[in-house]
Design a binder for this molecule. Structure first.
Ligand code: HSE
Length: 297
């Protein structure tokens, strides 16, 4: 018996909610197919051009599958075929899709033995391998769908939020920003005045999602702590953001640790227009880019 799943890309942080907010996208997504095998251990077949490791101990999906088998305590193995469409280093939750997909696939194969929180804990093992830190803001929406809040990691406290009808436009300029590098450049201390602004925005954004208040969502997507530091890694970031807002996007910013930029819009026509603007800025700079106009999954 084999199990085939789609593991979606995700947008983490949602501008002001560093490491705590994220949403699942309708596209892009990876496809993963799992099979229980008699030989204990994990066999990985990668169907992509990304040169990802096939050694399970060094593969994001591999470490999650090994942990799932150990937790289940069964003397079997798992073979996984991974068709990866979410480019590593894109800021669209590529490692989370592998990690979360592995946890969900193993769980289905083993008879749904893990709870929601156990799936997230298992998937975090993969995220730790990829980024050096156990963060769950990509993994959780990848597993649950919609928009999620990680109120706390220790102990794990997941809060699914309401998902208003919104369009998401994402541009992925083809430069690679490693999450581990984009985390290292962050300041370790923040000013109280910045923290006050940030938690006002986070509270406003969550309230906006829960009450479907699009204006509140738009004006709360402001980040005074992380974005000013990370945006220097992304060519034309300020220009893209300003032009997209002028075109009617509610707001947006860096997707995860970048280099992708996302914008939320409340109409499809606006989301399409925003995509054209993003494309024309990067085409103008001679930077290869991909644009997705999609919805929250
Ligand atoms: N919250 C993480 C970060 C997401 O911004 O570093 C990485 O995709």
């Amino acid at each position: 018996m084999s199990i085939k799943i789609k593991s979606p890309g995700t947008v983490a942080n949602l501008v002001c909610g560093f490491d705590i907010l994220g949403l699942a996208l309708d596209k892009p997504y990876d496809i993963m197919e799992f099979e229980l095998i008699d030989t204990p251990g994990v066999v990985i077949e990668n169907r992509d051009d990304f040169n990802l490791p096939t050694d399970p101990e060094n593969n994001v999906a591999g470490v999650v599958l090994l942990a799932a088998l150990e937790k289940a305590g069964i003397n079997k193995g798992i073979k996984v075929v991974i068709e990866k469409h979410i480019k590593p280093g894109s800021g669209l939750g590529s490692s989370a899709a592998s990690a979360a997909g592995a946890a969900v696939g193993a769980n289905k194969l083993l008879g749904n033995i893990f709870s929601r929180d156990e799936l997230v804990q298992l998937a975090m093992i993969g995220e730790k391998l990829a980024t050096g830190v156990k963060h769950a803001d990509n993994i959780t929406p990848c597993i649950l769908g919609g928009i999620t809040l990680i109120r706390s990691i220790h102990p794990l406290d997941i809060v699914p939020l309401a998902s208003p009808d919104l369009y998401v436009t994402v541009v992925h300029p083809q430069i690679e920003v490693r999450t581990s590098d984009a985390r290292q450049i962050l300041r370790k201390q923040v000013y109280l005045k910045d923290a006050i602004k940030q938690w006002g925005n986070i509270a406003g954004l969550v309230a906006g999602f829960m009450s479907n208040d699009k204006d509140l969502i738009g004006r709360s997507m402001e980040d005074v702590i992380i974005e000013p530091v990370r945006s220097i890694l992304i060519p034309a970031f300020d220009e893209v953001k300003q032009k997209c807002k002028e075109a009617g996007a509610l707001g947006g910013g860096i997707s995860g640790s970048g280099p992708s930029i996302f914008m939320l819009s409340d109409a499809e026509a606006t989301a399409q227009k925003v995509g054209e603007i993003m494309k024309s800025v990067y085409d103008g700079l001679g930077i290869e880019n991909y644009v997705y106009v999609t919805t929250i999954n």
